[in-house]
Design a protein around this ligand. Structure first.
Ligand code: GAP
Length: 481
């Protein structure tokens, strides 16, 4: 069984995620999160919020609509450029994403190639339909946005947003004024994005409805080569893919050797620190990869992807994008409303650096990278701050006043930690269940508890148990996590 198959089993068994509307067969690429998945996802989102919003006093979170009028995407360029190459099988009629089936065949990345180039490659290597081995037709392009007709007379043409970012751009001027007209200004959105993926696959990695956490940082382009906190990260080493090998470059070296602006590199460093220090991803599983002109998104001048190594290879989970004034100038042109600001004695259009994260991909990576087996035990070794529950409380048996004592402890601990009460089946089964959910510590209330007011704390990863006094329990748990 592959790890992804094991993860899917675990995810269904323990309520992390599963196919949405499953009783009707579901739709591929659309998933629901169960109770434990939702707890983990919220913790991940909250960690992201806390970390990125505290980078500056002028960074704020906003919540914007999922449905946006067509004009927004005319302005942003998504109407014409947000397309994927598609090849239809002449025999079974299945649609495939052309660059991906070629990539699977030739083990090379073909993102960014034109439809014509991809058609030629399919012909040259006689690449057939992965499903029925039938002949593939000419490659064409398909816009990935979901169109909507809004209103009783379906009179308003709109789309489900394909990225959260546009919500921040159409809100920029209003918020710049509300927030006392200071730059850099950060507007963060955590929310759903929708894309009609041609070949949704690999569980949560390529979905049609997914969650993004994006921070748009609006700044004065004259200040591109500086950052007020530069010294903090000047000698911090970035893990950058250079050719086929990894290079560790200090931020100072990245500026000099790769000719990158300081304002941009500062955020590359902060993004890397988030993955390593906050999410506990190990250094050898993370890399930064600069995208070529062919590969990078149509709105970017500089584009680095953050990739995590999974069983299925290196997967993009986030990106640091220098979008210049691409979006604000588009909105200015299409809406006919100036988006310029007056700042530091000059009138100009701010530029944007976008920190863009796919929450579901990171969620999945956390499951895969923390999945472990120990004989017949499955353990999710999530960092304590991400585990759905920090602590589980068990009465040894459901009699002799043990449940009453356990309930009391449970309610006390709830004031400090995320706690679950579990009194179902044997203690062994309860440990097994909590290990699979990733619960960091398990506390058992037994007959000694009634005699001397002590309980046992069991560590998820080592299975070691210690006995502590109840009045020292909160302190002891804080130490352990
Ligand atoms: N606003 C910029 C933007 O949307 P992107 O590279 O298209 O950039 C950002 O998407 C992140 O969203 C990706 O790095 C990835 O983690 C996530 N993402 C993109 N498409 C996805 C999909 N179909 N399913 C799940 N996550 C996806």
């Amino acid at each position: 069984m592959s790890i992804s198959e094991k993860i899917l089993e675990l995810a269904k068994r323990r309520g992390f995620f599963y196919v949405s509307s499953e009783i009707y067969g579901g739709i591929s690429g659309i998933y629901d999160y169960g109770p434990h998945g939702t707890l983990l996802k919220r913790k991940l989102e909250n960690l992201w919020r806390k970390y990125f919003l505290s980078l500056s006093d002028n960074f704020f979170e906003i919540e914007t609509a999922n449905i946006m009028p067509e004009k927004v995407f005319e302005a942003s360029g998504h109407l014409t450029n947000f397309v994927d190459p598609v090849a239809k099988c002449k025999k079974c009629g299945t649609f495939h994403r052309a660059d991906q089936i070629i990539e699977e065949f030739l083990h090379e990345n073909f993102e960014g190639k034109t439809a014509q180039e991809l058609t030629q490659l399919i012909k040259k290597y006689n690449i057939r339909c992965p499903r029925c081995k039938g002949e593939l037709g000419e490659v064409s392009v398909l816009n990935m946005m979901f169109p909507l007709e809004v209103g009783a007379g379906k009179e308003i043409r709109a789309y489900l947003r394909p990225e959260t970012a546009q919500g921040a751009y159409v809100n920029f001027l209003r918020n710049f004024n509300i927030l006392r007209m200071k730059l850099p200004l950060g507007l963060a959105i955590i929310g759903k994005a929708f894309r009609n993926e041609i070949s949704p696959r690999q569980l949560l990695l390529r979905q049609r409805e997914f969650t993004q956490a994006e921070l748009q940082i609006f700044f004065d382009p004259r200040k591109l080569d500086e950052h007020e906190n530069w010294n903090e990260i000047a000698n911090y080493k970035l893990i950058i893919l250079s050719g086929k090998k990894l290079d560790k470059l200090t931020c100072n070296e990245a500026v000099k050797k790769l000719k990158l602006p300081k304002f941009y590199v500062y955020y590359l460093a902060k993004m890397q620190q988030f993955f390593l220090d906050e999410l506990g991803i190990s250094e050898n599983k993370l890399r930064l990869r600069q995208l070529s002109d062919e590969e990078k998104a149509f709105y970017n001048k500089i584009h680095f992807d953050f990739e995590i190594e999974l069983e299925s290879g290196w997967k993009e989970v986030a990106g640091c994008h220098y979008r210049t004034s691409h979006d604000l100038s588009g909105h200015q042109l299409v809406s006919g409303k100036s988006q310029e600001i007056f700042h530091d004695g000059k009138k100009f259009l701010p530029h944007v650096i976008e920190l863009s994260f796919g929450i579901d991909r990171i969620f999945y990576a956390l499951l895969e990278l923390n999945y472990a087996e120990d004989k017949d035990r499955i353990i999710l070794k999530l960092p304590a701050k991400l585990a759905p529950y920090t602590v589980a409380v068990f009465p040894l048996v459901n009699k002799d006043k043990l449940p009453e004592k356990a309930q009391k402890i449970y309610h006390e601990l709830k004031q400090h930690f995320d706690v679950v009460y579990d009194d179902d089946s044997s203690i062994g089964k309860r440990y097994y269940r909590q290990d699979e959910i990733g619960t960091f510590l398990s506390i058992t209330i037994d007959y000694d508890t009634l005699k001397n007011n002590t309980v046992t704390i069991r560590n998820r990863d080592t299975k070691k148990q210690i006995r502590v006094k109840i009045d020292k329990l909160v302190e002891e748990i804080k130490k352990l996590i």
